[in-house]
Design a protein. Structure first.
Length: 161
């Protein structure tokens, strides 16, 4: 150390030689910040896809519960429907809205028809299947809703009534 120069004065003379930043440091900083921003944007888009997938699953669950309630309310009428009607897309049915006179079978067919229309409106790309399972003592139904989620995986919701 030279006589008469304080350590702080030495530091200030050294810093005079390094003024500004190099182009490489600026590029590295921009690269690191850019990678962070890209990561955040990807997380945001993944969050949106997963939220849509969750909404589709929730809608399918709601539709399955809706049909189970329709079957529960008029279970005797649903026992009269045959399997050929259930999955036939060309099946016509009587309009059994309020005030219309319908037989119990026509009412049950109308309930299936209305439910399928609602399922088609809420999950447009979904396939709906209703199968009649005849057991020893009673008739039961297996209902399934299948679609491809936005992530590309097949999803199926199933319930037995």
């Amino acid at each position: 150390m030279r006589k008469g120069i304080l350590p702080l004065q030495m530091l200030s003379t050294c810093s005079r030689h390094q003024q500004g930043t190099s182009l490489i440091e600026v590029l590295m900083t921009a690269t690191v910040i850019g990678m962070g921003v890209i990561g955040l944007l990807r997380l945001q888009s993944l969050g949106l896809v997963l939220a849509q997938d969750s909404l589709q699953r929730q809608t399918a669950t709601w539709l399955l519960m809706d049909l189970s309630e329709r079957v529960r309310v008029s279970s005797e009428a649903f026992q009269l429907i045959d399997s050929t009607y259930l999955n036939n897309p060309m099946s016509t049915t009587a309009n059994c809205t309020s005030g219309a006179r319908c037989t119990p079978e026509q009412f049950a067919r109308y309930q299936v028809f209305a439910w399928k229309n609602r399922a088609a409106a809420l999950l447009p790309d979904a396939e709906v299947g209703i199968d009649r399972l005849s057991g020893m003592s009673r008739v039961s139904w297996q209902v399934s809703i299948s679609w491809f989620s936005d992530t590309g995986e097949p999803v199926t919701g199933r319930i037995v009534l």
